[in-house]
Design a binder for this molecule. Structure first.
Ligand SMILES: [Zn+2]
Ligand SMILES: [Zn+2]
Length: 306
């Protein structure tokens, strides 16, 4: 079991890195570093963050009890040593990769994760824009295998917190590229800028938390191209700074699609669990369709336009 002091140290570090936000804001305002801040956007990030913290705080018992039950039925008793923790950290990062990938590839889970991608700006305050519904999207079940294997909830929690802490510095335009070996092995601002891009070429790419090797292994790595600057945001950007609409808009869109008359069961499931942009008319609105459309300049239809 890791010393609870470590968990506290990481929690304090997570709070301290928040101080980097005003620092980056000031540095951008003086043109010392590259970047953009929009006051309304940054304030919206804070608003979304307050909601996210509220729902995490009130609903984290769902995650905690799921992990605790899994640990109670563990296969092994894994002690806390430096190498078992390293293993837990790597496996937790692998879990994060697939959690994140599913969060982009299936609309029900995207409805929860889209919040993080809904800003058209990219700076350290973008970190604050987090989901409100991650506790009940169903993906918390992905935390079960590590605990079931025998890694204690405290060890898994520490690995999870360190993973999130690492990701804080990724949301910036102030850093162009890290050394080549670093860019190969680890996630960097350049890779994560691509992840936040709405350009067809950059969609569904670079899901990594810490280790970039997962994207390289599973075929989702896309490098940032100087010839194609990243357009931050989502395919259909939101014209709102209302945190509630930002947090829940995709669920409302799912509901609207479900209410379309004459849908078959297969079509209902497609609108619910298919890739974002899936339509009964075809795949034109999905990443594959958008890439094809960009190539051949074909128009894109959605359910409302059908
Ligand atoms: Zn994402
Ligand atoms: Zn991000």
């Amino acid at each position: 079991m890791p010393d609870p002091a470590w968990v506290k140290v990481v929690a304090v570090a997570q709070l301290l890195v928040l101080l980097l936000i005003p620092l980056e804001m000031y540095s951008v305002s003086r043109s010392w570093t590259r970047g953009q801040y929009d006051a309304r956007d940054a304030l919206t990030n804070v608003g979304v963050s307050i909601g996210s913290i509220f729902f995490w705080g009130t609903l984290s018992w769902i995650l905690l009890s799921t992990v605790t039950v899994a640990y109670r039925h563990r296969l092994l008793d894994i002690p806390f040593t430096w190498w078992t923790f390293l293993l837990a950290f790597v496996l937790e990062d692998l879990r994060y990769y697939w959690w994140h990938r599913i969060g982009h590839r299936s609309r029900w889970f995207w409805a929860s994760h889209v919040v993080h991608h809904s800003s058209q700006h990219f700076n350290l305050s973008t970190n604050l824009r987090q989901s409100w519904t991650s506790q009940f999207s169903g993906l918390i079940l992905m935390s079960v295998p590590l605990a079931w294997l025998g890694f204690s909830p405290a060890m898994v929690g520490l690995a999870f917190s360190l993973n999130l802490l690492y990701q804080f510095w990724l949301h910036t335009e102030a850093i162009d590229r890290m050394p080549r070996w670093f860019e190969w092995l680890l996630n960097t601002p350049s890779h994560h800028r691509v992840h936040h891009g709405s350009n067809a070429r950059y969609l569904d790419a670079n899901y990594a938390g810490v280790f970039m090797i997962w994207d390289r292994m599973f075929g989702s790595f896309v490098p940032e191209q100087a010839a194609e600057p990243v357009r931050y945001g989502i395919v259909k950007n939101l014209a709102t700074f209302n945190p509630v609409r930002i947090a829940l808009h995709e669920y409302a869109a799912i509901l609207r699609d479900q209410l379309c008359p004459g849908l078959t069961l297969r079509q209902r499931l497609g609108y619910l669990f298919g890739p974002p942009g899936w339509s009964r008319d075809g795949l034109q609105g999905t990443t594959a369709g958008l890439r094809a459309a960009e190539r051949s300049r074909i128009g894109v239809r959605d359910c409302a336009a059908a």
